[in-house]
Design a protein around this ligand. Structure first.
Ligand SMILES: [Zn+2]
Ligand SMILES: [Zn+2]
Length: 780
């Protein structure tokens, strides 16, 4: 949305104005672009970056200035994002104006902040064609970039974004590069990481023992290793990837063994869309996303006849496909000549390695060789991951290419708020005045290295404002690492209930107020207002207040963490609610002895180490085990994904799934006004397991839950329903629920840009601060 406010005095013949442009306008080639049009139009004045974006002084014919502004907005560089353009007449500015239009040095404003940091972008088409052009002096150069592409956030040490504030300050530009950098008409004008083979970063290849390999062509030697079935660690834009031949079953299995990762899918990098189409199904929308300069991983359906190793994504119909995200990857893929595994360079569940020393140490037992370079990565950034639903993209991980990202808040804040997010899939956000900046995906705060990345991220985004932080916002969970961090800052702490934060992030994205809307937050686990584990929540938002309207019927997690891994425990807990007989049958089916079953029975009755939960994610786990779709979650969300994958195989759902989830009014002691009782659904699944195949039953589960959501929304009497939480990464659930709600006449608010999972929590916390809406009231 672009707001242009032109003063009426512009109609006089000559004007002298200041134009303020806000949005993502730094590090995207905006100043040279503005310089070019101003010079073409013979306007006098200057342009500079400042803390809020860019400011342009223009002196000339009023109608020319008018035309300039129109053109500025209309033809802006594709990677720029203009939020607003304001014009101020008769400026009071001490900067002298020369006869020529000029680009002048940037300054930092002390009072206001724009809250924007450019993100890393894959090569633009100009640069991509230059590295393939033998006559170009950057032919085959792995660090080519320009104002429209290249590393940004990952090399940024402090703001504003200038070369001297990035890890490129270690390289002195040669005269040729410097000339490009200084020439306002060159597309490398002020391209901060500008470099060439003479003056810029260089590749080097190391053995697993850390010995430098003597070669004239590092890319060619590395490709030879890959061809021979070796595993290569590659230092990319935001960290190391482990790469290997995606068609070589033996190598892929070896990589799984060395990485201690048996099940979780690996992403695959293809040289181009045409090659990708030989292996996976790609819609036009997916193709556009894959080819964009954010170059994300997109989950695409694998063709049955693809010769990619089955070990790429075991028992999984999707492949995480991506195109090269840096010039180095373009060169490597070309030299290798086939698809490559591109999985994060880490041991299972650890964060990405970002420097050579760390990588050589941590990846020594995995990689056979290291393809390194000497441009330092300041901030590790993961690849972004997206799925496409019937209703548009679903952001699973917002990172490289999409983050950090600045957005406008619906109202201005008086103070500054640091929002520290959740525990898993952590992101952080800074809210100040009417802007909020959200960091890329940082990861799970369970280990020391991720916590270091977390603190470093807070360091740089905190530096965007000139004044000290005034408040910190965290989750209600007392034991999240982010909560502990918030408590140690010595600032006033604002605590936001987890599922409310999910819903607020969805309202934020849809520009919806906290009125007449039912928020449905389905996720794994989150800390509830009553101290129990929530996760199947219906939060009613009315006149700016939030209350727990309904919940999924609660059940126990026998053995707590153990049940999150072993879904048979959860299935037993569900069966236990259906009665003794059902419980014994299910226990028998799982091969439990009578003695073991009676131990579980005791645990479930007494509640020993078996917390009560309303979690929809855990409910999906139990369903997976009941339907024989898997017993163990080897990685987060594996079993819920298996239920979705099975359901996608079904041609149609059974006739009468409407009554399988009942919405009942419950006593206030239940902590909600209504409860979605799934007992008939579980009974139905058990009784139909011989007659119907698991895929039909899995689809029935989706329809029954979606219908339960519609029924609850009807009772709540709202206009809109917001769907959030990690369970809505399940696009089948999202699509069916959205469809049924729309058919029932509701406006449906869903996520497209902000992750429905915990990656969206920090942004939800920011909106909680703006609206002073942090807690969910329980019925009394
Ligand atoms: Zn470029
Ligand atoms: Zn150079």
């Amino acid at each position: 949305m672009i707001a242009t406010s032109l003063n009426s005095s512009l109609n006089s013949k000559h004007s002298d104005v200041l134009v303020r442009v806000r949005g993502t306008v730094q590090g995207v080639g905006f100043r040279p672009y503005a310089y070019r049009i101003a010079s073409e139009m013979h306007l006098k004045g200057w342009i500079k970056n400042d803390g809020q974006g860019v400011v342009i002084r223009l002196i000339g014919l009023t109608k020319t200035i008018d035309l300039f502004i129109k053109k500025l907005v209309h033809d802006a560089p594709a990677i720029a994002h203009i939020v607003s353009v304001e014009t101020i007449t008769t400026p009071q500015d001490a900067i002298p104006v020369t006869p020529q239009f000029e680009i002048i040095a940037s300054e930092r404003s002390q009072t206001t902040a724009d809250l924007s940091i450019p993100s890393d972008l894959a090569p633009c088409h100009h640069c991509a064609s230059e590295i393939a052009d033998k006559s170009n002096h950057r032919y085959g150069y792995a660090f080519i970039n320009c104002t429209q592409c290249g590393p940004r956030y990952s090399i940024l040490e402090e703001i504003p974004y200038d070369r001297s504030h990035t890890s490129m300050r270690a390289f002195r530009m040669c005269s040729k590069c410097q000339k490009e950098y200084n020439d306002p008409l060159n597309r490398r004008f002020h391209a901060e990481p500008n470099a060439c083979p003479v003056c810029g970063p260089q590749l080097s290849l190391y053995s697993k023992l850390g010995e430098k390999i003597d070669t004239k062509d590092e890319i060619k030697s590395a490709a030879e290793l890959l061809k021979s079935g070796g595993i290569l660690a590659v230092k990319g834009i935001g960290g190391y990837h482990l790469m290997a031949d995606a068609k070589n079953e033996k190598t892929v299995i070896e990589l799984r063994k060395r990485k201690f990762r048996d099940h979780k899918p690996f992403a695959v990098m293809f040289a181009d869309i045409a090659t990708m189409r030989e292996h996976v199904e790609i819609s036009d929308e997916e193709s556009d996303l894959l080819s964009s300069q954010a170059a994300p991983i997109v989950l695409c359906k694998r063709f049955l006849n693809s010769d990619l190793s089955l070990a790429v994504a075991p028992n999984n119909p999707w492949v995480g496909a991506m195109l090269p995200s840096s010039p180095l990857h373009i060169l490597l893929l070309k030299s290798f000549g086939g698809p490559l595994i591109a999985t994060s360079g880490n041991l299972s569940e650890e964060p990405l390695c970002k420097d050579e020393k760390e990588a050589h140490h941590r990846l020594a037992s995995i990689a056979d060789q290291f393809l390194d370079h000497n441009r330092a990565i300041v901030h590790p950034v993961d690849d972004s991951v997206i799925r496409i639903s019937e209703h548009g993209p679903v952001m699973l991980r917002r990172a490289r290419g999409y983050a950090p990202y600045g957005t406008a808040l619906p109202a201005a804040l008086e103070a500054s708020y640091l929002c520290v997010g959740a525990q898993m899939k952590n992101t952080v956000a800074l809210a100040y005045q009417d802007r909020v900046l959200t960091s890329p995906h940082i990861g799970d705060l369970g280990n020391a290295s991720t916590q270091e990345a977390f603190r470093k991220t807070i360091g740089i985004i905190g530096g965007l404002i000139a004044t000290p932080l005034s408040h910190v916002v965290c989750d209600l969970h007392p034991d999240y690492s982010s909560t502990h961090y918030a408590e140690r800052l010595g600032l006033p702490v604002v605590r936001v209930q987890h599922h409310l934060a999910h819903i607020l992030s969805c309202l934020f994205e849809n520009h919806h107020s906290a009125d007449r809307v039912l928020g449905v937050a389905f996720d794994g686990t989150g800390y509830g207002e009553d101290g129990t584990i929530w996760g199947g929540e219906f939060i009613l938002l009315n006149k700016g207040r939030a209350s727990r309207f309904a919940k999924l019927r609660t059940f126990r997690l026998p053995g707590a963490e153990a049940a999150i891994k072993d879904a048979r425990r959860t299935a037993l807990a569900l069966a236990h609610i259906c009665g003794e007989e059902r419980f014994m049958e299910v226990a028998k089916q799982f091969g439990y002895t009578e003695r073991n079953a009676s131990v579980f029975d005791n645990i479930l009755v007494s509640g020993l180490n078996s917390p009560v939960t309303s979690s929809a994610g855990r409910f999906f786990d139990g369903v997976a085990a009941l339907l024989g779709l898997g017993d163990i979650n080897h990685y987060e969300g594996q079993l819920p994904l298996a239920v979705e994958a099975a359901a996608m195989q079904a041609t149609q759902c059974s006739n009468d799934v409407k009554s399988l989830i009942r919405v009942n009014a419950v006593d206030v002691s239940e902590g909600a006004s209504y409860e979605l009782d799934w007992e008939p659904l579980v009974e139905y699944l058990w009784n139909s397991r011989i007659k119907k195949d698991a895929s039909t039953l899995a689809l029935d589960v989706h329809h029954a839950l979606a219908q339960g959501i519609v029924d609850t929304a009807r009772i709540a009497g709202v206009d809109s329903v917001a769907l959030s939480g990690g369970c809505f990464q399940n696009v089948l659930l999202l699509d069916i629920t959205t469809r049924l709600l729309k058919e029932a006449g509701f406006r449906v608010l869903i996520h497209q840009e902000i992750p429905p999972g915990d990656g969206g929590i920090a942004l939800g916390q920011a909106l909680a601060a703006v609206w002073d809406l942090t807690r969910v009231e329980l019925p009394t």
